[in-house]
Structures are given as structure tokens and as C-alpha cells.
Design a protein around this ligand. Structure first.
Ligand SMILES: Nc1ncnc2c1ncn2[C@@H]1O[C@H](COP(=O)(O)OP(=O)(O)OP(=O)(O)O)[C@@H](O)[C@H]1O
Ligand SMILES: [Mg+2]
Length: 139
């Protein structure tokens, strides 16, 4: 089933994140696709803040994954696979331990590990036209 959320500007972001969590209730693994600069990191950050994360949230730069803690105490993993060259690098970093851990997982550049995503992954694509962003959510 597909849902769409429209984000016209930054002031829509926190309401969009709350709506996203409601639509995706019960799901914990999310693959965010969209061109460079589409707003993947920004949206994931807003969703993590809605989950009560107090740690600083930014795209993982020195590693592939960042770890945060939600207000419930649940772990959240934030991946950016942009720089990996092959799926074998995902095996090397032990991706299965994260994706099959029952923690929340937010994944940027999932195309890089397409064959490795669990079946219950929610596919989210962000499209950017002018300054308007549309999220297509496939549950
Ligand atoms: N909803 C939004 N409203 C206004 N500006 C936004 C929004 N989302 C993102 N931006 C801006 O767009 C720029 C790129 O955003 P972001 O880093 O989230 O993109 P990304 O998809 O994660 O890019 P990358 O592919 O490089 O990881 C940032 O300067 C950010 O502030
Ligand atoms: Mg990013």
C-alpha cells in the first residue's frame, strides 16, 4: 500500500515525521531512496527527534552506521551506505546484526545493499521538485 506525504518547507517537517510514524506504526526498518540532497538525512533526523532521541543526529561520516537511543530506550541505527563499493562491505560491517536486531533502522542509499534488505523493510522514496518534497511510502 502506498501513502504520500508532502513537505512544502522546513516548518512542515515535524508534523510530517509524526504522520510518518503513525502511517508506519508497527514497522521499524525503513529504506530511504532519493537523489543526493533530496532530504533523506533531514527527514530521518526529524523522525528520530520525534522518537525522543537526544543524541546529536547526523549522517554517519566516519562509519557506515550511527547509533542513537529513543525515549523508550529502544536502539536506533542510522545507516548511510553511499560509500560502500559492494555488498561484501555490508557483510564485513555485520549489517545482519543490526537489521535483524529488532531495533529501529533508518537506511540511506539502500540501493547499495538492495539484495540484503529484510522483507519487512518499508520503502520510502523522496522526490524533490523546486523546494517541495514528496515522500512515497510503500508499506
Ligand atoms: N524538508 C526540507 N525543507 C527544506 N530544506 C530541506 C528539507 N530537507 C532537506 N533540506 C535541505 O536540503 C539539503 C540536503 O538535505 P539532506 O542532507 O537531508 O539530503 P540527503 O538526501 O540526505 O543527501 P545525501 O544523498 O547527500 O545524503 C540540506 O541543506 C537540508 O537542509
Ligand atoms: Mg544524507
Amino acid at each position: 500500500m502506498q501513502h504520500t506525504i508532502i513537505i512544502n518547507n522546513i516548518s512542515d517537517l515535524s508534523a510530517a515525521a509524526a504522520e510518518f510514524l503513525k502511517i508506519c506504526s508497527g514497522k521499524k526498518i525503513f529504506a530511504f531512496s532519493g537523489q543526493m540532497g533530496a532530504g533523506k538525512t533531514t527527514f530521518i533526523k526529524t523522525v528520530c527527534e520525534a522518537l525522543g532521541v537526544k543524541d546529536p543526529i547526523s549522517s554517519p561520516t566516519f562509519s557506515i552506521v550511527n547509533e542513537y537511543v529513543a525515549a523508550t530506550g529502544e536502539k536506533i541505527y542510522h545507516f548511510d551506505f553511499y560509500r560502500i563499493k559492494s555488498e561484501s562491505e555490508a557483510y564485513d560491517m555485520g549489517y545482519e546484526e543490526y537489521l535483524y536486531s529488532k531495533a529501529w533502522c533508518f537506511i540511506e542509499w539502500p540501493e547499495k545493499i538492495d539484495g540484503l534488505l529484510p522483507d519487512n523493510t518499508v520503502q520510502v522514496s523522496i522526490s524533490l521538485q523546486d523546494d517541495k518534497r514528496t515522500l512515497f511510502i510503500n508499506l
